[in-house]
Design a protein around this ligand. Structure first.
Ligand code: UP5
Ligand code: MG
Length: 251
């Protein structure tokens, strides 16, 4: 198996150049902002100008963490519907960048995803920041669920250096679920998902990375008393009842 390596200095240089290719990708990758249920009846789409947005303070961010297949994406979709956040999945952004014709990071991203390793933060962070900026400019929505990030020390450092001062960190939602249950979910999804990492071999590696790298990040946020832990072993609707209670407190 070939391993793709990109020198840190190269990435740093590219990042300073603002990843022009990634900007295009991020523009394409933003999920349409669904009008939340609470706003639908009145049809009052609160689109703010960028200047008005700035006057209201920093964008709000909730990190959504948990093992592969714990239901991060599933629950984020429900939160979008009910509470009007914009969902940015770091994994989805990376897969879209990988698939983008002409992407110079495609092979690097795929090599990492297939082997359950973490893509260098310069790439992921640029995708996330571009997607956030684009969303704010297009919709005025400044509340974000950042799903599946940060998942290792490199991610945490990169985010802290580049983004932490620009956002208001609300809390970290942590979905707890056993490896066996998560693996079963992902293998079932793998029957039709087409994801190159929904197979037994990749799942083992993804779990190793989760245990070796991501658990420490969750602990870090626990020490800061930012973690809201949810038992994700029940069905999606039952899990969402707990999620709802947490977001309800934020209103
Ligand atoms: N399902 C969901 N909830 C259920 C429930 N309560 N009961 C029963 N079934 C449930 O759900 C997974 C499956 O389970 C689905 O079929 C769903 O219907 C069912 P999903 O909501 O997709 O779970 P999620 O936690 O989002 O699982 P996912 O596979 O997306 O998690 P990962 O964290 O592994 O994947 P991600 O896309 O975030 O990352 C993939 C790879 O990208 C990483 O391994 C890494 O290589 C790379 N990556 C980075 O390098 N950096 C990043 O910052 C992010 C990703
Ligand atoms: Mg996901």
């Amino acid at each position: 198996m070939t391993s793709v390596v990109v020198a840190r200095s190269t990435l740093h240089h590219l990042n300073r150049c603002w990843f022009p290719a990634l900007i295009t990708s991020a523009k394409q990758s933003i999920r349409p902002c669904v009008l939340p249920q609470y706003a639908r009846s009145s049809c009052s789409v609160r689109v703010r100008s960028f200047a008005a947005h700035r006057a209201m303070g920093k964008p709000k961010v909730v990190f959504v963490l948990g093992p592969p297949g714990s239901g991060k994406g599933t629950q984020c979709e429900k939160i979008v519907q009910e509470f009007g956040y914009t969902h940015l999945s770091a994994g989805d952004l990376l897969r879209e960048e990988r698939n983008r014709e002409g992407s110079e990071y495609g092979a690097l991203i795929e090599d990492n995803i297939k082997n359950g390793r973490i893509v260098p933060v310069e790439i992921t962070c640029a995708l996330l920041e571009n997607a956030m900026n684009k969303t704010i400019q297009a919709t005025g929505n400044d509340r974000f669920l950042i799903d599946g990030f940060p998942r290792n020390e490199d991610n945490l450092q990169g985010w802290t250096n580049k983004m932490a001062d620009k956002v208001e960190q609300q809390f970290v939602l942590f979905f707890e679920c056993s490896e066996q249950q998560c693996t079963e979910r992902c293998l079932k999804r793998g029957e039709s998902s087409g994801r190159s990492d929904d197979n037994a071999e990749s799942l083992k590696k993804r779990f190793n990375t989760y245990i070796n790298d991501t658990v420490a990040i969750i602990k870090h946020y626990e020490e800061l008393q930012l973690v809201k832990k949810i038992d994700a072993s029940a069905g999606p609707d039952a899990v969402f009842e707990h999620v709802k209670a947490i977001f309800g407190e934020q209103k």
